[in-house]
Design a protein around this ligand. Structure first.
Ligand SMILES: [Zn+2]
Ligand SMILES: [Zn+2]
Length: 258
């Protein structure tokens, strides 16, 4: 179901990007999509073969032993579900920010930022190393929160369309973007995160709810989204855009983050 929803969202947004693009005249849209999709498929395999069973096991162990915050308090299931959703989204903020602030993690995460043409398929462009570290930490965080399987499933079902949406190259009018970003992360908000300007790269870390950045004072806005230059100044060469180049990015001896 999750994969089905992901494919439908991706197909729909990719089509909209073709009809109403913000950045126009991209000649290699399909080639770019193919590479990012390739990376997404590799990551999907890592998660399903390496971590799906382990994650379920960690949820089960926490449940059986009443470990974790939500197993200590006894709220109605709906309230527990809402709390799990919000807490896990906060974890996503913390994890994303750690990827920017810890140099070792940044080596992997910078591959997401080296995309020179942001679009819906960029939502799949994460290094396998980042996915593995994130999945390992989730084996601790999920039991700590006391999340049930259904909580995680609902979060993932909501996360995928939102990530695809906020990476998209659709020319969403600013008025609409502003309405959406009162609650969730929007294209104009996340575009700033993919800017080459360091202060902008290190802002807007939220995944689903946009309020984390406002609360933690990492929110940045740009009126002129069309003038944002994507990518990283030190990973401009074409070689970093191929599947192999993307996989090699963490080990590249390029200039440090500037
Ligand atoms: Zn980032
Ligand atoms: Zn992104």
């Amino acid at each position: 179901m999750r994969i089905g929803l992901e494919i439908i969202s991706l197909g729909l947004v990719f089509w909209l990007e073709g009809v109403f693009p913000l950045f126009q005249g991209r000649k290699e849209r399909f080639r770019h999509a193919r590479r990012n999709l390739g990376m997404g498929i590799l990551n999907g395999l890592v998660i399903s073969l390496g971590f799906a069973a382990l994650t379920l096991k960690s949820i089960q162990i926490a449940e059986n032993n009443s470990w974790g915050l939500l197993h200590q308090i006894h709220w109605i299931p709906f309230a527990e579900g809402v709390a799990a959703f919000i807490l896990f989204d906060l974890w996503m903020y913390v994890w994303h920010r750690a990827n920017h602030e810890i140099p070792f993690l940044w080596r992997f995460h910078r591959m997401h930022h080296s995309d020179l043409e942001l679009d819906s398929t960029s939502a799949l462009r994460f290094h396998m190393g980042e996915i593995i570290f994130s999945s390992l930490l989730r084996l601790v965080i999920i039991p700590l929160i006391g999340m049930q399987f259904i909580h995680l499933l609902i979060y993932e079902i909501c996360l995928q369309p939102v990530i695809i949406f906020h990476h998209s190259n659709v020319a969403l009018p600013e008025k609409l973007d502003r309405i959406f970003r009162a609650v969730i992360v929007t294209p104009n908000m996340h575009r700033v995160h993919h800017s080459q300007i360091r202060d902008e790269t290190d802002s807007n870390y939220s995944s689903i709810f946009s309020f984390w950045d406002r609360m933690i004072r990492s929110f940045r806005k740009r009126k002129d989204a069309q003038t944002i230059v994507y990518g990283l100044p030190y990973l401009q060469e074409k070689e970093w855009q191929s599947l192999l180049g993307m996989l090699r990015t963490p080990f590249a001896n390029v200039q440090k983050k500037v």
